[in-house]
Write a protein that binds this ligand. Structure first.
Ligand code: NAP
Length: 246
């Protein structure tokens, strides 16, 4: 048997990121995740991955902080010797109509979602380039493709991620590193749990499949993009949205 593969999922403590990490754990990968909030129960989280038979390295690191991110990457390489798949998942929303949006709300969302993707990717690709293989999956959103009132900051960050993905796919193709983006629609996580029932009903009525998606439905596509089953796919944006945007 060959060397075990390793995935780094940013923001893997909750929601889509956690489900992605669990999917990789079930498929024999070593897991590296980071989180930012101080109330994360690291030991409990570690157990969940161990129950799937995976070793997990779980570290607190803000994706906007280069030093903290480099620490995660260095520790991952020390422990597992490789990072084969990177999933840039960490992200936040700070919704407001532009008329009311503060500079802080704008900057925070761009920094975590877009700059964070740059910081983590830059720290990881040197190892992938040396190995001449790897797969990077960035979390965009249908809102980055189609726009959404009240989310100028968020949709700009997610549209930025699409440009970043396509440019990097062109830069790294000669090194056999693939870079793709996934654009989820409305997925049941803490991020969307703040929406009222009437807003959710209204959204569901506009989705051809008439329901929100589950984190597992996004994780399945991210897992596909990370492994050799998708070996001829790079620079693409795959919507996982029940047909919301087509
Ligand atoms: P979530 O449940 O709110 O989880 C967000 C994750 O990101 C948490 O693990 C959080 O860590 C981490 N995080 C936030 N800021 C961070 C930072 N500065 N540094 C490191 N980690 C940080 O979100 P989600 O719904 O799973 O969304 C995951 C990704 O999918 C995001 O990029 C989001 O924009 C995208 N997406 C989601 C939806 C949706 O409907 N849910 C739709 C389209 C796209 P802590 O636990 O420590 O706070």
């Amino acid at each position: 048997m060959g060397e075990k593969k390793t995935v780094l999922v940013t923001g893997g403590s909750r929601g889509i990121g956690k489900e992605v990490a669990l999917k990789y754990a079930e498929n024999g990968y070593n897991i590296v995740i980071n989180y930012v909030s101080s109330n994360t129960d690291v030991e409990e989280l570690k157990k969940e991955f161990e129950q799937k038979g995976a070793e997990a390295l779980i570290l607190k690191a803000d994706v906007t902080n280069t030093q903290e991110v480099e620490n995660v990457v260095n520790k991952a390489i020390e422990k597992f010797g490789t990072i084969d798949v990177l999933v840039n998942n960490a992200g936040i929303t700070k919704d407001n109509l532009l008329m009311r949006m503060t500079e802080e709300e704008f900057d925070k969302v761009i920094n975590i979602n877009l700059k964070g993707t740059y910081v983590v990717t830059k720290a990881v690709i040197k190892y992938m380039m040396k190995k001449r293989c790897g797969s990077i999956i960035n979390l965009s959103s249908v809102v980055g493709v189609a726009g959404n009132a009240g989310q100028c900051n968020y949709s700009a960050s997610k549209a930025g991620i699409i440009g970043f993905t396509k440019s990097l796919a062109k830069e790294l193709s000669s090194r056999n590193i693939r870079v793709n983006a996934v654009a989820p629609g409305f997925i049941q996580t803490d991020m969307t749990s703040v929406l009222s029932d009437s807003v959710k009903e209204n959204i569901n009525s506009q989705i051809p499949l008439k329901r929100m998606g589950s984190p597992r439905e996004v994780a399945n596509v991210i897992y596909f993009l990370g492994n050799d089953d998708s070996s001829y796919i790079t620079g693409q944006v795959i919507n996982v949205d029940g047909g919301m945007v087509m």
